[in-house]
Write a protein that binds this ligand. Sequence first.
Ligand SMILES: C[S@@+](CC[C@H](N)C(=O)[O-])C[C@H]1O[C@@H](n2cnc3c(N)ncnc32)[C@H](O)[C@@H]1O
Length: 218
Amino acid sequence: MDDRPEEPESRQYSEQMKGKTGHKHHHGTWNDIYEGAKPEDLPWFSPEPDTDIMQLIDKLVPGMALDIGCGPGVHAIELAKRGWDVTALDISPGAIKMAEECALKAGVEVEFRIINVLAFEPDGSFDLVLDRGFLHSLEPTEYPRWTDMVAAALKPGGIVVAKEFTIDPVNRFGPTGLSESEMRDVLDRRFTIERLEQTEFSVRGQVHDGLILLGIRV
Ligand SMILES: C[S@@+](CC[C@H](N)C(=O)[O-])C[C@H]1O[C@@H](n2cnc3c(N)ncnc32)[C@H](O)[C@@H]1O
């Protein structure tokens, strides 16, 4: 029996990715984007981890980390290199396969799992949750579920780092993004917000406005 999570349509990326991965039968799921693709085909792929994310994380003592919507695993792998014990989740089997191959090449161990993050029930054992571009791919109605999951994943005093697109209604590259107040509201009373700053996503020679958030689990 196949116990893989059923995948919803990848709303924001499916249209742009049609024909771009060389995949002939595009049904609009995340996995279709990964199947037959190389990491560098992905619109969100950057061969190096983001400096802004790593600068925040390097201030922390390595412990247990959870990367949600890990994609090709660039940041999960970098965390493992820096001494973190990393679990990395993605709904797409193709993403996890790609990430596992990259981890093997990098010579590090990461626990990659194919799972719908919104249905994940963590046990509060994590010191860090990292989200690069997963939250902004959700519908606003799904944000409360994201918050509950992150709150349940973190130990008291644990850190969440999220980097997402800033809202841009005319942006036709990927998801619409979140406004600063939406980002702030995603973290409820279970968290304190330590940083919320403008930043940039630099992918494949293009720069997109973003926001980076660091919250602490109360
Ligand atoms: C924009 S990509 C970012 C990937 C990665 N964080 C990075 O920065 O390279 C969003 C990722 O979230 C994954 N994803 C989307 N919905 C998901 C869900 N409900 N549960 C787990 N992963 C999901 C997609 O498969 C995709 O790999």
